[in-house]
Ligand binder design. Sequence first.
Ligand SMILES: [Zn+2]
Length: 349
Amino acid sequence: MKIKDRKFFRKKIKTIFVISLLIPLISFLSGCGGKKEQPSTDNLTNLLQRGIRPNEMGMVMVLEYHRIEEEEGSYTRSIENFKKDLETLYQKGYRLVRLHDLLSGKINVPAGKTPIVLSFDDSTGGQFRMINKGGKATIDSECAMGMMEEFYRRKKSFGYKALFNLLPSLFDQPKYKQEKIKYLIENNFELGDHTMTHPMLSKLSDEEVQKEIAGSVEMIKKIDPKARIDILCLPHGVEPKNTALMFSGSHGGTSYKMRWALLVGSNPFYPLYHYRNPGKLIPRVQVIDYDPTDGSGAEGSEYWLEFFDKNPELRFISDGDPSTICAPAYMESRLLKDKLPAGVYFVGY
Ligand SMILES: [Zn+2]
């Protein structure tokens, strides 16, 4: 060995030695002991014995309501049907979750149940109405909030959660708008930006698009500075020409950053860590009845609920443990491991 080579060799040995010392030290400091902790399969064995076949690689839905009124109609769900919807979803094993949690892959519903999100567009009066009861402002039992509250009182496990995509109409009762927004925030409901004038964003200039989106953020924050607005609900489900403006922009001193943009139609979707996840543009399912004789209401809620009844293997079924993604083993090839929330592992069966 030449002297130069020998020097190089010695240096290399030194480096290897230092690295070999550092690895256990780093592992020790990061608290993982260098070994990945394997999740227990006790829960899974127990579920399978009970006849529950979890599938957390299955599809989920975000339902979409507009007006809630006495009579059923176009973009209008009747009060009677809304009450039935809650009952149907509950009976079929759906449980409410927050959209933020669903889209972040942090899904926590009991074993055997399916997460679902309710979303309400256009902040119409029938969604959230206050009435005067004995001199006290109370939530009308015939508006969506009132019906959800009443249902939750009877069936706590269903949950009391929803997303409201707001327009400046703010539920059509100007004197209660502050109180309503405060109630929604305090009760952990989510608020979305549905723009100021509900335009076709594709027809607007870049400046106008930002004015619509930033204007809504400013309006909501003025009512309650605690409001957190990072979901854009696209009016008519239409994107602006400059699609980047859906996610960030500014106007009149207000800037916005949106994590997701919501579409109008018309299908369920796969969770964040599935290779077919839709990314930042999230489809939804309109709540409408399906008539197979003329095809009306196809790709609406009744259609998809029946679809999952007939194809249970495509539906998300929880294992009740948020730290594991449990599904038939062959589905592991569809998993995007880098999208799993920290500390969450796949368990196949
Ligand atoms: Zn709308």
